[in-house]
Every structure is written in structure tokens, then in C-alpha cells.
Design a protein around this ligand. Sequence first.
Ligand code: NDP
Ligand code: 2IT
Length: 460
Amino acid sequence: MAITKEAAQNTMQTAQHYVNQVYETIKKRNPGESEFHQATKEILDSLVPVFAKYPKYMEGGILERVVEPERFIMFRVPWVDDQGKVQVNRGFRVQFNSALGPYKGGLRFHPSVNASIIKFLGFEQIFKNSLTGQPIGGGKGGSDFDPKGKSDAEVMRFTQSFMTELARHIGPDTDVPAGDIGVGAREIGYMFGQYKRIQNAYHAGVLTGKGLHYGGSLARTEATGYGTVYFVAEMLKDSGLSFENSTVVVSGSGNVSIYAIEKATQLGAKVVACSDSSGYIYDPNGIKLDTVKRIKEVERKRISEYVKEHPEAEYTEGCSGIWTIPCDIALPCATQNEINEADAAALISNNVKAIGEGANMPCTLEAIDAFLQAGILFAPAKAANAGGVAVSALEMAQNSMRVPWTFEEVDAKLHTIMKTIYQNSIQAAEEFGYQGNLVVGANIAGFLKVADAMMDQGIV
Ligand code: NDP
Ligand code: 2IT
């Protein structure tokens, strides 16, 4: 017995040593890329029990290959603003892993975009896409272009220039971009028009998140937010809890936030707060979503406008104060690292019961540890927000068949996919001795499928 225990300890040590070595190489090869380091660290650490149990995954350089993008593209995006001045932005596309299908992942337009952010998002996308069970590899892209304050004409000229370069790298069977922060239906429309013009062919499946009148899927707009709530509802159910009569705080007021608020409200929750990058609103009677939709989706204004119409609500400048509002369920749906250790402590001291990551990597590693230590239910991003890309894959399927499905059909498939991701993550966590830990479970379940496909396909 003692020998077996010692042997088990040795295999864990060997696995940990191997993972540490790979992580050191990542840091050396990608200096200063803190977001990429953070995303790889979380996944690598949770794979230690996999390498200990199945040493075959340490052979064949699976891990060394999976952390190195198959291709990283960076390009100049010149365009002319409304004053006639030449502007130059930087464009990116990381084609990270194609073991399971064409590269798939969104495009982000935000001034903070750089190589580190694109790589962290692309790396996460590999395992998220694997979890969906759909045939899609992992990719991501974007630009440091800031859509805020730009006219429609400027956004069109920028996106056309961006697509003029990107077009040569993508295709319905090669790489299929979609939206992310700063990229919604308007930008996808301009990009699709430019791609079609360059190719002189109607490749409907080259982009997802398209408008409904030219190949978009019903329920894609709602998919990420709805999917996050479906996933959290499954997690709550296992602990005898639900959204009904709960108080919810959602950060952000963009695509993911709006539809997370909508579904949580439909399930009987009261959502009392949401935000944008300037500040947050608190409405003790529950957020009026129609007002938020009009302000953010139509008028493209600041969330502070809300209190002009609803004087019972309060607006507070600055972002992180939102996590001091008492709630049962917190859904961070804005951006990376928006919940740090202090924010986590505030939520825990207010007796939060569950966290659902709608955004990508919204919690720091320290915040995640704090939630897990405190026994708070925690739904990690790559599982909880996978509904968006899952319905993107359903959009690709409909484009290939040239047959659209109804809203109800797509929504039902989304619901099933989210339940399956939850079950697979719970089971993987249990198999490897981390019962109830969805962070470890999702990482392992996502990794194993990619690793098996990579083994089958040889050293490429
Ligand atoms: P949107 O551009 O529609 O909305 C983003 C929201 O977050 C806005 O309210 C924005 O405020 C706020 N925000 C953005 N950056 C910051 C920042 N640095 N600090 C504070 N607030 C910020 O993007 P999405 O809703 O599409 O994306 C939100 C998150 O969800 C991202 O992490 C994205 O990667 C992730 N995600 C998106 C999916 C999708 O299908 N769209 C799928 C899966 C994940 P403001 O209006 O002031 O800019
Ligand atoms: O982070 C994400 O999963 C997305 N932005 C959606 C990607 C997609 O291809 O739909």
C-alpha cells in the first residue's frame, strides 16, 4: 500500500515537473505576454492529473505543440478617417489548432488588443470549441481599432481594409471568424460584403454571426448569454438551487450581458445591476432590459443614460464597485480580469452562491482560487460561455445545408449542448479526483479530445 502511494506521488511529481518545464518555455518564448501566461498556467496546472494517470499524453509532444500556434498572422490596417487623415491600426489572427476542424473564433476590436490578448483568447478557444462537441478548431483575431466614437462610414472603411488582408487567410473550410468585443452584426455585415467582393463567390459559411437575411442563424445573437445562464442553471440544480427569486449582478451591457440578463429574468431572477467600461447602474427594482437594449444596441450610448429614464436607479462611475452589490449569482460578462481577489472577497462576504463566467477569463487566478476555497459554485468561461461558438458551428451547418432552422430548434440544440458540457466537465473532474471542480473538469474534458485527435494525426 505504502509503495503504491509512493509510486502515485512520483508520477504526480513527474507530471508536475513536465508541466512546469513546458510553462517555462511558454514564458521564454512569449515574453511579457501576461494574459497568455495566465491562460496557459490555468490549463497546464489542471492537466497534471491527466499526465500522471495517462503518461502516453506526455509523449509525442502534445502539450509542447498545443501551446504553440499553428500560425500567427499580424498585419497593417490602413484606412482614412472622416477628416481625410490616414490612420494605421494593427490586425491579428491566430490560427491556434486545427485538430478538430477549421479554426473558429471571434474577432475583437478594442484599443487594448495585442498579441498576448489574441493568444490567450485563441488558446482558450481550442478547449472551449472541443467542449461544444462540434467539429471546430481554435482561432481568434482582431485589431487595436477603437469603434467608440467612430462614424458608421469610418467603421465600414476600417473593416473593409481589415478584411482585404484577412481574406487570404480564411475560408469556410479553413478559418471561420465571428464577433467578440466591439464586433457585432454591423461589423460582420461589412466584412462579409468585402469578402464576397474579393472572392467573387458566396461562401456563406466564412463568417458567423451574420444577419438573418443573408445566412445568419436564429438564436446566434442570444446564444452566449442564454448558454451561460443554461449552464449556470444546471450547476445550481445539482445543489438544489435555481435562478428563481435570486438576485443577480451582471457586468457589461454588450451582447453577452444583455442576453444573460434576458434569460436570467425569464427564469425568475431579479437582475439588479449591469455596467459598461465607464461605470455601473444599480436598479433595486430590477433592470429594465428594453432601455438597456435601446441605449447600447441602437443608440450606442453610455449606460449612465439609463438613470435619466429610471430615476429610482443609481449610476456609479468606475467598474469594480459593481461586485460590492449583494447578490446570489454574479455573471461577469464584460472582459478579462474584471474580478480580482478583492472583488472575490467582497462577493464572498456578501454570501454569493454562484459565479458564471460569461466573458473570457473574467476572474484572475487568485479570484478563482478564493471562490473554490470558499466552496462557491464556479462555472468557468470555456464551459459556461461556449454557447456562442456552439451556435456559430450550427450556423456553419445550416449554411452548408442551405437550410435554416427555426429559433426553437437552435435554442433547443443550444440547451442540450450546454447540459452536455456541464455533464462532461463534472464527469472528468470526478474521474481525476476533483469532484465538483468545473475548472479542472472543463480543462481536462476539452483537452482530451484535442489530444486524442492530435495523436491520431501524427506530428504536424
Ligand atoms: P460587446 O462589445 O458586445 O460588449 C462588451 C461589454 O463589456 C460592453 O458593455 C463594454 O463596455 C464592456 N467592456 C469591454 N471592455 C471593457 C473593459 N476593458 N473594462 C470594462 N468593461 C469593458 O462584447 P461581447 O458581449 O460580445 O463580449 C463580452 C465578453 O464575452 C468578452 O470577454 C468576450 O470575449 C466574451 N465572449 C463573447 C462571445 C460572443 O459570442 N460575443 C462568446 C463568448 C465569450 P463599453 O460599452 O463601454 O465598451
Ligand atoms: O469567445 C468566443 O467564443 C466568441 N467570441 C465566439 C466565437 C465564435 O466563433 O462564435
